[in-house]
Design a protein around this ligand. Structure first.
Ligand SMILES: Nc1nc2c(ncn2[C@@H]2O[C@H](COP(=O)(O)OP(=O)(O)OP(=O)(O)O)[C@@H](O)[C@H]2O)c(=O)[nH]1
Ligand SMILES: [Mg+2]
Length: 494
């Protein structure tokens, strides 16, 4: 055995030696070349040397720039503010959505509100936090003349309410009381609160203890927008000095870098208790706690001192990011709606074409042209550029796999016929038409799903999806297609 291995080892060793020699040669040749180039460059007159340095520096700079462009993370307007969207970008997106008949009223209203608040020149502060952390109580303490509802039950505040508060230095603030997050089934309320936090110049994040993982994520999301955040530890009257100091130290350790300030307060709220009267009767009483919010007032004064001009840019970035995110979602929904319409249109045409085909094979030709048109239209709807070649390759691949499942498709179509007794008398042509319809409908849905997920004409993905759709077509889908075939057949006979 060792005898047989010997030549193999020899071959490997020789190959390694040759490889190493080639590499060494390459290194020596490169060094040599560089050295020669350096000598020639030194021999050049001074007036030629300077431009050559400039050209080399420019080429190196361009190379670095290209590398950076290729390596940097792609721009995204998804949840977060990593890549700021400009006002122009957002308006262009809204315009293109409007052209596609999408309802952009809410997006436009958000921009109007963005401008309106800028013009008023007032500082907006949103109180944000989980339910029952004391947001409404804090508003009562900050804006004494207003009295939002406060309750021990979570989920008391259901909408955004604005109150005018005055700081000790006389500066006015517009305070937004918002619904609490983490309410059971409260996704809609949570969105209302998040939107308002983005519209504000600054956010007071209220917590009533150490922060949970969910609260930590929420702070991280807010901090990404780079607007001032004050983390206020509320209900500190419930803690002893040692506990309170330890809690604050922990918050400082975890959040000092992400928020502007961390303060300990007691917003007040009210407490209910029973007292015994002189005649022995017991009585339930509700008493307002005395608020202690001095550290928060000072923090807010420091923020407001900067003035709206300094606070406005981060607010604008946050609102534009959110409008962009909602615009993206609306664009996806609009594309899905348009795709459905287009699929229905081409499925109907495929059925009518199949029924009208006279010469053997001519139906295939018709469907080929229709298939190309369907692929092109769906790609346009999803904003994916496609080449003629790719469309043909996709149709050829799909055609092949559909041909292999023809028996299955015809069986499904046959079953559909049973559900429509009238169709049976119309002959085999209808069966083929339904089969074509089913294939077209599946192709359309598979392709639309691929384009929506991958933003590319991924033929393998389309094929897999068609396979899944044809293997288990839904009853309503088959009935819908059979109905189309029936209408087409009736249309032909009349
Ligand atoms: N001990 C104590 N209780 C407080 C304090 N602030 C508020 N509370 C109580 O906490 C409960 C909830 O207060 P709210 O002000 O309604 O809380 P919220 O965050 O507005 O609640 P939602 O609107 O439901 O999200 C009430 O029972 C308040 O009395 C405080 O500083 N100390
Ligand atoms: Mg409330």
């Amino acid at each position: 055995m060792s005898q047989a291995r010997l030549p193999l080892r020899l071959i490997l060793l020789t190959a390694l030696a040759v490889g190493a020699a080639l590499l060494l040669g390459l290194v020596v040749a490169t060094l040599n070349g560089l050295f020669e180039f350096y000598q020639r460059w030194q021999a050049m007159p001074f007036w030629l040397r300077v431009p050559s340095i400039i050209v080399a520096a420019l080429v190196l700079g361009a190379l670095c720039w290209l590398l950076w462009r290729l390596a940097r993370p792609s721009a995204t307007s998804m949840f977060g503010a990593s890549v700021p969207l400009s006002r122009g970008d957002v308006e262009a997106r809204i315009e293109s959505l409007r052209e596609r008949q999408a309802d952009t009223t809410a997006l436009e209203a958000e921009l109007v509100e963005l401008d309106r608040r800028r013009v008023t020149g007032e500082v907006y502060v949103a109180l944000f936090g989980e339910i029952s952390t004391g947001k409404s109580s804090l508003i009562r303490a900050l804006a004494a003349q207003t009295a939002p509802a406060v309750d021990v039950r979570g989920g008391t505040t259901r909408r955004v309410e604005h109150h005018r508060g005055v700081l000790p230095d006389g500066r006015a603030l517009i305070l937004a009381d918002v619904p609490g997050s983490r309410e059971i089934d409260g996704i809609a309320h949570e969105q209302i609160a998040r939107d308002e936090a983005l519209r504000a110049h600054a956010v007071v994040y209220l917590a009533a203890g150490d922060l949970t993982r969910a609260q930590d994520t929420e702070i991280g999301w807010l901090a990404d927008f780079r607007k001032p955040i004050v983390l206020a530890l509320n209900k500190t009257d419930l803690y002893g000095t040692v506990e309170r100091t330890a809690l604050l130290a922990r918050l400082h350790e975890r959040y000092a870098r992400r928020v502007r300030e961390i303060v300990a307060i007691s917003a007040g709220g009210s407490e209910r208790y029973e007292r015994t009267l002189t005649d022995g009767r017991r009585e339930r009483v509700e008493r307002e706690r005395i608020p202690d919010i001095a550290p928060l007032l000072s923090a807010l004064e420091r923020i407001a001192q900067a003035g709206t001009d300094a606070l406005e840019p981060a607010r604008e970035v946050a609102v534009l990011a959110e409008v962009g995110r909602r615009g993206d979602a609306l664009a996806r929904a609009t594309a899905a709606h348009e795709a459905q319409r287009s699929i229905a249109k081409y499925t109907r045409r495929a059925i009518v074409g199949a029924m009208a085909a006279v010469a053997p094979g001519s139906d295939l030709l018709i469907q080929g042209a229709l298939g190309t048109a369907l692929v092109r239209e769906l790609a346009r709807i999803h904003g994916v550029p496609v080449r003629e070649l790719d469309v043909e390759a996709l149709l050829a691949r799909v055609g092949l796999s559909v041909r292999n499942t023809t028996a299955v498709v015809l069986a499904i179509a046959g079953n559909a016929l049973k559900a429509f007794p009238g169709l049976g008398t119309l002959g085999g042509g209808v069966l083929h038409a339904i089969a074509y319809g089913l294939v077209f409908d599946s192709l359309g849905h598979a392709l639309a799903a691929t384009l929506a997920t991958h933003a590319a004409l991924d033929a393998a993905d389309v094929e897999a999806r068609i396979g899944a759709l044809l293997a288990e077509p839904q009853r309503e889908r088959i009935e819908h297609i059979a109905r189309l075939a029936l209408d087409a057949a009736r249309g032909e006979r009349t």
